[in-house]
Design a binder for this molecule. Structure first.
Ligand code: SAH
Ligand code: SF4
Ligand code: F3S
Length: 451
C-alpha cells in the first residue's frame, strides 16, 4: 500500500536555530508522508515555528494564528501545529488563546513531531506536548535543507547565561553540546552532497564543548572540521563575548576554511548598563577582545547586537553606546528597542524607558550604524574578493547575490550557472549593507582586504 502524500507548509520566525529546526521538521514529516509546499492554500498541515525574543515577534504569532484559523475552516481536515519558543513558553495556554490550534510542541521535543501529528490526525483531539529539557541522548533528526549551497549545523543547544532581559534560557534550556564526532560526520556528508559552506549554530556557540567530558572548545571543533573535511567555508553564530577565547580566535586564524567574520553581541557600550544586563564584562574587556581579533586577523569583519532603551538607560549611557559603535567601527549591527519579556527580571524594574524615547534612540543609533558600516565597506572598492554565489538577487533578476568570506553581501550581474560556485568579483560600489561588483574572467587569485 502506498502512503498518501500530504502537504506541509512551515512559516518560520526568529533566529537561524529556528530556521534550522524547520528544516528538521521537514525531514521528520517526510517520514510520515508529508511533502513541503510553499502555498499555504494547499497545506494539510500548517506549522508556525515561533520566536519569543521580543513582544513584536510574539504578537505576530497570534495574528498569524487568527488568519490560519479562518483558512483552516476552508480546508476541513487540515491541522495547525505551533512549535518553537512561544510554544515552549505558553504550552497549554496557547490553545486557550488561539482556537483552531491542533498541536503544540516545544523546543526540546522536536523529534516527537511525527507522533504528535499522527495522534492529532487520528483522534481529532488537541495534542500538547512540552518537555522541560532535551532527551538524555540527543536524537539524530532527519533534515531536508532549503538551500543547496550553504548549510546550517546546530552544534550546541540552550544557554547557561541569565542576561536580565533575555527569554532564551527559559525557552531553550541549559547548554547541551553535540559530540565532535557527530558534527564532523554531518559536515563530511554535507561536503559529499556538494555543499560549499557550513554555519555552526547555537544560542551560545562560543560555549561549545564546555559540557562535554573531556571538555573541548569551538577552536578544537574548527580544527577538526578543517583537517577532516573538505568543506570550503566554515562560520559560527552566535556567541557570547566572554566565551570567545584566544584559542578560538587562533583557530579561526589558522584553519583555512574558517571565515574572517566574528559576530559578537555587545548589547550596550556602557558599563553600568552592561552590569545591570548581567553580561559579565565591561566595555574595556570587549575593546581588548576586538584588538586581539584584529591582531590575529586584521581583515576580520566584526558585527554585533545592540539593545537601546534598557530600563534606566540615561541619555548619556545611550550616547556611550553610540560612541562605541564609532570607536569599534563595526561592520554591521543588529539593533533593537528593549522589549520587556516574561520570565526575565528587567521586565519588572521601575524606570522603563518610554516607547517613544526608545524608538527615537533606535532611529538615531541606526543612522550612525549605517554611516559606520558604509565607511567600513569603502576599502573593498576596487578590490577583488571571493564570493560564494547563493542565487538571484531578490531586487534585480539580472543580478546574482553572494557573500564574501567576511559575510558582506555582494550583488553583481550574472547568470544561473554561477550559483553555488566560488567566484572572483571586483567591487565597484559600497552601500552600508551590501557591495556591488563585476565578475572577473581571469584566473587571478583574490586579495584580502586591508584597511
Ligand atoms: N546569545 C547571544 C544573543 C542571542 S539573542 C548573546 O549573548 O549576545 C539575539 C539578540 O536578541 C540579542 O543579542 C539581543 O540583542 C536581542 N534581544 C534579546 N532579548 C531582547 C529583549 N528583551 N529586547 C530586545 N532585544 C533583545
Ligand atoms: Fe540571551 Fe545571549 Fe544572554 Fe544567553 S547569552 S541569556 S542567549 S542574550
Ligand atoms: Fe527567537 Fe527562540 Fe531564536 S526566542 S531568537 S527563536 S532562540
Amino acid at each position: 500500500m502506498s502512503i498518501q502524500t500530504k502537504a506541509v507548509y512551515i512559516e518560520t520566525f526568529g533566529c537561524q536555530m529556528n530556521k534550522s529546526d524547520s528544516e528538521h521538521m521537514f525531514g521528520l514529516l517526510e517520514e510520515i508522508g508529508y511533502q513541503s509546499t510553499s502555498d499555504i492554500q494547499l497545506a494539510d498541515l500548517m506549522i508556525l515555528n515561533t520566536c519569543a525574543i521580543r513582544q513584536g515577534a510574539e504578537d505576530k504569532v497570534f495574528s498569524y494564528l487568527g488568519q490560519w484559523h479562518r483558512l483552516k475552516k476552508s480546508r476541513p481536515g487540515s491541522l495547525i501545529a505551533v512549535g518553537g519558543c512561544v510554544a515552549q513558553d505558553y504550552g497549554e495556554q496557547l490553545i486557550k488563546q488561539s482556537p483552531g490550534v491542533d498541536i503544540v510542541f516545544g523546543t526540546h521535543n522536536l523529534h516527537r513531531l511525527p507522533e504528535l501529528v499522527l495522534k492529532a490526525g487520528q483522534t481529532g483531539k488537541v495534542v500538547v506536548e512540552i518537555a522541560q529539557q532535551l532527551p538524555e541522548d540527543l536524537p539524530e533528526i532527519p533534515v531536508i535543507r532549503q538551500n543547496s549551497v550553504s548549510a546550517w549545523v546546530s552544534i550546541i543547544y540552550g544557554c547557561n547565561y541569565n542576561c536580565t532581559y533575555c527569554i532564551v534560557p527559559y525557552v531553550r534550556g541549559r547548554e547541551r553540546s553535540r559530540t565532535l564526532e557527530s558534527i564532523v560526520q554531518e559536515v563530511k556528508e554535507l561536503d559529499q552532497q556538494g555543499f560549499i559552506e557550513v554555519t555552526l549554530l547555537g544560542q551560545n556557540v562560543t560555549a561549545y564543548g564546555n559540557d562535554l567530558s573531556p571538555s573541548i572548545h569551538l577552536g578544537n571543533l574548527l580544527e577538526s572540521l578543517g583537517a577532516q573535511t573538505d568543506i570550503k567555508r566554515l562560520r559560527f553564530l552566535t556567541g557570547h563575548p566572554r566565551d570567545l577565547t584566544i584559542p578560538i580566535i587562533e583557530a579561526v586564524a589558522k584553519v583555512p576554511q574558517a571565515c574572517e567574520n566574528f559576530h559578537i553581541p555587545i548589547q550596550a557600550g556602557d558599563d553600568r548598563t552592561l552590569r545591570r544586563m548581567a553580561r559579565g564584562y565591561k566595555v574595556d574587556t570587549y575593546r581588548q577582545l576586538v584588538e586581539q581579533i584584529r591582531a590575529y586577523i586584521p581583515d576580520a569583519a566584526i558585527t554585533t547586537d545592540l539593545i537601546v532603551g534598557f530600563p534606566g538607560e540615561t541619555d548619556q549611557e545611550f550616547m556611550n553606546t553610540v560612541s562605541l559603535v564609532e570607536e569599534i567601527s563595526f561592520d554591521g549591527c543588529n539593533t533593537a528597542a528593549y522589549s520587556p519579556r516574561s520570565h526575565t527580571p528587567s521586565a519588572n524594574w521601575d524606570q522603563q524607558v518610554p516607547e517613544e524615547l526608545k524608538h527615537e534612540r533606535l532611529r538615531f543609533l541606526n543612522s550612525v550604524v549605517n554611516d559606520v558600516a558604509k565607511k567600513r565597506n569603502q576599502p573593498y572598492l576596487g578590490k577583488k574578493v571571493e564570493i560564494l554565489v547563493e542565487g538571484y538577487s531578490a531586487r534585480n533578476n539580472t543580478h546574482l547575490t553572494g557573500r564574501t568570506r567576511t559575510n558582506k553581501i555582494v550583488n553583481f550581474p550574472g547568470t544561473n550557472e554561477l550559483i553555488g560556485k566560488l567566484v572572483s568579483i571586483t567591487i565597484t560600489g559600497a552601500n552600508p549593507w551590501s557591495l556591488i561588483g563585476t565578475q572577473q574572467h581571469s584566473e587571478d587569485s583574490c586579495e584580502l582586504i586591508s584597511n
